[in-house]
Design a protein around this ligand. Structure first.
Ligand code: HEC
Length: 107
């Protein structure tokens, strides 16, 4: 699934850059808009961006399992879809952006 999403995110990045915006991926801009508020500082004990130590145990799940938890939310503190009013593709890009930061792929 990730393999299918990445080229689309890349394409969207090119479109955004073409409009004179900052060269951010859809995943990054969505993360910054909706997820950063909790996942940057660890608000409400959210596992933090680029802090693999916060993700011990969580990364043993498959991407599909993790994504389902993002969609459903994790009571009480992780709201369904992380409050993102976006479509699944965009939500997945934001999730990948967050997960990549703790797997060392975009640091
Ligand atoms: C209101 C605060 C808040 C917002 C906004 C938020 N999260 Fe979370 N998130 C949490 C908390 C708290 C947890 C830990 C929940 C737990 O395990 O009890 C969490 C857990 C997660 C996890 C780990 C899931 C797992 O399987 O362990 C992922 C991935 C995640 N969030 C992605 C996102 C994404 C993507 C967004 C933005 C679209 C987002 N979150 C927005 C608070 C938030």
């Amino acid at each position: 699934m990730t393999l299918m999403i990445r080229p689309i995110a890349l394409l969207a990045t090119v479109v955004l850059v073409g409009c004179g915006g900052e060269p951010k991926s859809v995943g990054q801009s969505t993360y910054e808009r909706y997820c950063y508020v909790c996942h940057a500082a660890g608000t409400a004990s959210a596992p933090r961006f680029a802090r693999p130590e916060d993700w011990a145990g969580r990364l043993e799940r498959t991407d599909e399992e993790i994504f389902k938890r993002v969609v459903d939310g994790i009571p009480p503190a992780m709201p369904p879809r992380g409050l993102c009013t976006c479509d699944d593709e965009t939500l997945r890009a934001a999730t990948d952006y967050l997960l990549d930061s703790v797997r060392g792929e975009n640091r």
